[in-house]
Design a protein. Structure first.
Length: 94
């Protein structure tokens, strides 16, 4: 994957995204089998998704294209994303 320095700073794993925040899939790390599994689940490069549940441990619940998926934390750590602002979905800590 080729990225600029500016984009590297904004990349994080899906496991690091807060609940209710949106993001765009940039790349999926891992072998062909893992990438195929993500593709079959409906997770593709450049797709936008929203993290619905992300506790301190255990699986994440995400919504992509109107479908909710449960993704194991170790799997989520191999999906690289960039945050996307969705206006009303974005929460701010004050």
């Amino acid at each position: 994957m080729h990225t600029t320095t500016a984009s590297k700073k904004s990349l994080s794993s899906l496991a690091d995204i807060r609940e209710q925040d949106g993001c765009r899939v940039i790349s999926i790390s891992g072998g062909q089998g893992f990438r195929n599994k993500m593709y079959q689940l409906g997770i593709h490069g450049m797709d936008e998704l929203t993290v619905l549940r992300n506790g301190r441990s255990g699986p994440l619940v995400v919504e992509i294209g109107g479908t909710r998926l449960i993704i194991g934390r170790r799997m989520a750590e191999r999906i690289w994303v960039m945050p996307v602002l969705h206006g009303k979905k974005r929460r701010r800590s004050e």
